[in-house]
Write a protein that binds this ligand. Sequence first.
Ligand code: NAD
Length: 297
Amino acid sequence: MANIAFIGLGNMGSGMCANLVKAGHDVRAFDLSEDAVARAVEAGASAAVSVSEAVSGADAIVTMLPAGKHVRAVYEGDVFGAATPGCLIMDCSTIDVESARHVGNSAVSKGFQFVDAPVSGGVAAATAGTLTFMVGGKESDFMAAEPFLNIMGKAVIHAGDAGAGQAAKICNNMLLAIHMIGTCEAFALAEKLGLDQQKFFDISSKASGQNWSMTSYCPVPGPMPSTPANHDYKPGFAAAMMLKDLKLAQSAAQSAGATTPMGAQAEAMYSMFDNLGGGGSDFSGIYKLLDGSWKGN
Ligand code: NAD
C-alpha cells in the first residue's frame, strides 16, 4: 500500500480522499480549512499541518484545488521543495491548459512523475468513486497513475501529453454547455408553441435532436424524475462551475487561435445567468432564463 498525500479536501477532494483510504492506502491530508482536514481524519486519513508535511516522504500526491493559481502556488511554493523526486504527482483540479503544462513540465524536469487528471462527474461521483479521469502526461506516468485513479473513478483515459487532460476537459464542457443551452431553447420554444413537454421529449429523444442534455440530464421537470430540474435546480453541477470552465475554454481558444463562436455565446449566457443570481443553481437551471421564468435567487 502507498503513502499518499492528498491536498484540497473540498466538495470533490473529500470523497476522493476517502476512497483512497477505503482502498487501504495511508493518506496524509491537508487543506487550508481545518474543518475539511477534520472530515478527512474522520474518514480515516491522517492530518498534516502543511503541504510540506503532507508530501514529505509520500509515494504519490493528489491535488484537487480550485484553479490554476492555487495549483501553481502549491507546487512551486511547497511540493517541489519537500517531495521526494521520483514520486508520482496527480493534479485532478480543473485548471487552464497553460498552468497545467507549466507545472507538468517543471515537475518532470525536477524528476517527478506527473499527470494532469481533471475529472468529469460531480460530488456524487467523487463520493461513489465513479469519476471519469482525462489524463495528460507521458505514457509511463499514465501507467503509474492508472491504479490510483481507478480507485476514484470508473473510467481513466489517456488523452495525450502534459495538458491534454485539461484540453479534453474544457472542450468537453464547452460542448456540454452548448447542447444544454440548445436543449433548453428547444423545450422553451416547444412550450410556447403549445407542445406538451413530455411529448416533445418522447419524440426528440428518439429523433435527431437527441443528445446527453436531453436524455441523461433533462433540463425540464417531468421526463426524468432524478434530474436537478425536478429538485428546484439544486446542483448537481453548479452554473458557476460551468462558467469557470467556459472561461477556461475561451482563454485557451484565444491562445490557440481557434474560432469558437458557440462557446463564446455559451460563456456570455452563463455569465448573464450568474450575474442574475443563478451561479449556485444547477447549470441546467439556465432553462428558466430561456423560458422567462427566472426570478433570481
Ligand atoms: P472546493 O472549493 O469545494 O474545494 C477546494 C479546496 O481546496 C477547498 O477546501 C480549499 O480550502 C482548498 N485549498 C485552496 N487552496 C489551498 C491551498 N493552497 N492548500 C490547501 N488547500 C487549498 O472545490 P471543488 O468543488 O472540490 O472543486 C475542486 C476542483 O474540481 C476544481 O478545480 C473544480 O473545477 C473541479 N471540479 C469540480 C466539480 C464539482 O462538481 N464540484 C466537478 C468536476 C471538477
